[in-house]
Design a protein around this ligand. Sequence first.
Ligand SMILES: *Cc1c(COP(=O)(O)O)cnc(C)c1O
Length: 493
Amino acid sequence: MIKKVRSHISQNEPLLFERSSPGKRAYQLPELDVPAVDPAVELGAGNVRAEIDGFPEISEVEAIRHFTRLSTWNYAIDYGMYPLGSCTMKYNPRVNELVAKIEGMAWAHPYQPESLSQGSMEVMARLESALAEITGLHAVSLQPAAGAHGEMAGILLIRALLEKRGNPRKKVLIPDSAHGTNPASAAIAGYAVENIPSNEAGLLDLAALERIVDGDVAALMVTNPNTLGVFEQNIVEAARILHSKGAMLYMDGANMNALVGIARPGDFGVDVLHLNLHKTFSTPHGGGGPGAGPVAVTKELEPFLPIPRLKRSGKKWAWDYNRKQSIGRVRAFYGNFGVLVRALAYILAHGGPGLRNATVDAVLNANYIRKSLEPYYDLPYASPNMHEVVFSDARQEKSGVRTGDIAKRLIDYGFHPYTVSFPLIVHGALMIEPTETEGKMELDSFIDAMTSIAKEVEDDPQLVKNAPYSVRTSRVDEVAAARKPVLRWKPGN
Ligand SMILES: *Cc1c(COP(=O)(O)O)cnc(C)c1O
């Protein structure tokens, strides 16, 4: 009889603290051949960290195995489809990594003199101009480190321009379908946030906009296509209304994967937008790693962009710090350079027609999923969608199964969950974005999984409500994890 045993690598991996034993080291240094000094004396006691209580002592191989084992518990885009709506989890082509690893790029240091940084500066200049061309806007700053950071920089730019015109104004309008970072960014930039409701089609309500925009409104922040994946058809008219009343149009460009090579925000009246290079331009994201949220602006907003700005000085690139109207720095140095290199590699590898094809395929894939799953899941907004599709759990809710349960069951089928319960205007949302990365076979197995789960809900709702079964940890107490996080290990906890 074969008795199933759990192999040592599939056991729950202990914490490093639990592996620790005194005196173990991951390295050995040779004996000192110079006189020893006391760091506390040389550097000042305030600059030297005291020992951390219980800091783990382990060998190199234990550290490597610990993290390698943990990594095998994780889901990754290199492993399968990652249909997280709004997040554009596309595959990161390996050529990007190859380029980012080139010695001069990988080892470039921000304190390197300009004369030795010409190549890196050229990379940034080319990326700026490619992004300006893609967005149809006049100038780009690569400094912001993420989408939300780009939003904050963008709203500060609007504030600076309005201040120069004499009145920074008080309010920023945000549709009820917006990403949560939008109101947070507006508030950090000192504005009161006013919600503007969507109409039945899930689109901007122009009549409401006309009514609400007054001399107190600084800007409208809009995502286009919006978080339902629907293109704001009245965007030109919305821009006209705002501009006629001295307000500006901010576009959240996180959904640019639906537009690149097809439509340019600068052409439809946008004054400032941010891009998520770690979404649309394929650089890896997740887990709080580095990203980039460049802002693109009209000519009128250009003088306010963060310093330093790249400028041509004869045949060379130089950093220009002497810009009196600039909002100042928004980040140390020049942005997350490695991310910028990958994005430029992605853009150049595709070329214009290739980027356009990626957009077309992203929209095709989302619509293939929409058509295939429509018989099984409720579609609250019938408007044509672009690169993502939002269903609701209205049918499954009748059996007591919610979007979060379906998402957990999807894990058992080998897929990362879709985005759960967002956008907020859809009760029980299932937000699915396949991206252009996925081929038909992978899409079909995702559709099979979703179809099969819909049938399970009818036959045995409890089965779905207790999922997942195939992972080490099934349902965790998410409320306790958020309210009482344990951030520091102490012996015995
Ligand atoms: C991802 C996203 C953001 C925020 O971007 P981060 O890089 O995560 O800060 C903002 N708006 C929308 C619509 C997004 O999808």
